[in-house]
Ligand binder design. Structure first.
Ligand code: ZN
Ligand code: ZN
Length: 420
């Protein structure tokens, strides 16, 4: 007989929670298959989680786990002491190796926890060149990830530098503890049975995306303070959210946490003005109060209160960088939004608000897109770019309508909440 009530959540130590996060990352996030290789990247500070994940991966039958650790202090040294002419270099050999691992069946796990302001004091030109070189070198691997050739996931670790950015007024130890509290809650680790909780959450997200798929809207219209934006949707677009089955047949949850349902906009059919509702932390630079105007899918004017120079460089990356590759709906009452925290990390902040992404579209968000050539995808309206940058346009003051092919509008969200 079991006297423990179903809804009674056991008190857990930090070590137990960290272990549960690792278990969720391997079982829910990756769905790692027996005999499968795993390539993991993480900041040096995340070693305790890397080890928990490594153990769970081998217990799940993983054949070989390779962890690549990075160090922010060393990254800064490049900007402070590296030769100016070398900033167009990237470790192409490493990314080629990763792409090769994915082609031979390896899964991919990224642990994020970077200091969002790491590069904010560095020369924007060097930052842009380094980012561009890295994006370009990473492209062959990123295409296999974005195209879901493989199962992959992203989880997070509360590093001191990230925690201090989120809680600047707290001593480091308190800041780290508070950030962990936020991570565990958002990642649904606090549930009675986190694995079962994720299964239920995935069912709910699937209901939302099934409904939107049944509607096949021509466009979405966002209205609110500083925003009147019509986002045309790609022909044969598909809404997705939560669990995804990759082309290798493995079902994974690419983001932990995840609260969004998302699809592919039409790269030539976005018009109007939109204002960001949260700051964007882009590779070490804070870009705040972004306001852009679209015409025929293309950004024709961009403003920002901070980080405008970096934003403008981003938009110059390639032709697709000025166009949208994703539109996502997240209710304002999502647990991450309800926490009231700004994480300065896309993995969290994009799940606190409806958002759009500049750049590369997800082929899986177009019907049969996984087996199409880039030209066929483009003909459907799917955008192509070296970048994919999400930024938040939702809040408790934003309404969203689904626009039917006949021009009629149906309420999807009112004041940031689902309206159907
Ligand atoms: Zn998204
Ligand atoms: Zn995105």
């Amino acid at each position: 007989m079991n006297f423990q009530k179903r809804d009674e959540i056991p008190a857990r130590s930090f070590a137990e929670k960290l272990d549960l996060l690792a278990e969720v990352a391997v079982k829910v996030g990756l769905g790692l298959k027996e005999g499968q290789e795993l390539v993991m990247t993480a900041p040096l500070e995340a070693l305790p989680l890397v080890r928990r994940i490594t153990e769970h991966a081998y217990k799940a039958g993983g054949s070989l786990v390779t962890a690549l650790l990075s160090d922010e202090e060393s990254t800064l040294m490049r900007f402070e002491h590296g030769q100016a002419e070398t900033f167009d270099k990237a470790s192409g050999w490493l990314f080629e190796g990763m792409a090769n691992a994915f082609k031979s069946g390896a899964a991919r796990l990224a642990i994020v926890g970077e200091n969002p302001a790491l590069l904010s004091k560095q020369d924007p030109d060097k930052v842009a060149r380094a980012n561009r070189a890295r994006s370009k070198a990473y492209q062959p691997a990123l295409e296999l990830i974005a195209g879901f050739d493989i199962n992959w996931t992203i989880a997070s670790f509360a590093t001191p530098s990230w925690a201090k950015a989120v809680f600047p007024d707290d001593p480091e130890e308190i800041a780290v503890a508070r950030l962990w509290h936020g991570i565990f809650a958002a990642s649904r680790i606090d549930a009675f049975d986190p694995i079962a909780g994720w299964a239920e959450h995935n069912r709910n997200l699937k209901q939302r995306s099934d409904y939107l798929n049944s509607k096949s809207y021509a466009a979405l219209r966002f209205t609110g303070p500083g925003t009147d934006l019509t986002v045309g949707l790609a022909d044969d677009h598909v809404w997705a959210g939560g669990a995804t089955t990759a082309k290798n047949g493995i079902t994974c949850n690419p983001n932990i946490p995840s609260e969004e349902v998302f699809t592919t906009p039409h790269k030539d059919r976005v018009d109007g003005r939109v204002t960001s509702t949260k700051p964007l932390s882009y590779q070490g630079t804070m870009i705040e109060e972004i306001s852009v105007t679209f015409e025929g899918g293309r950004i024709v004017d961009a403003q920002a209160r901070t980080g405008l120079e970096v934003l403008k460089k981003v938009l110059e990356t390639d032709e697709g960088a000025r166009r949208l590759g994703e539109v996502a709906l997240v209710p304002h009452s999502s647990p991450i939004s309800a926490s009231g925290l700004l994480f300065y990390n896309t993995l969290f902040d994009e799940n606190a608000a409806s958002h759009i992404a500049l750049g590369q579209a997800y082929a899986k968000c177009v019907k049969d897109g996984g087996s199409m050539t880039p030209q066929q995808l483009a003909a459907k309206g799917a955008n192509r770019s070296l970048i994919h940058i999400d930024w938040m346009i939702g809040s408790g003051a934003i309404d969203v309508d689904g626009i039917r092919a006949d021009g009629g509008a149906e309420a999807l969200m009112r004041k940031g909440e689902w309206a159907y």
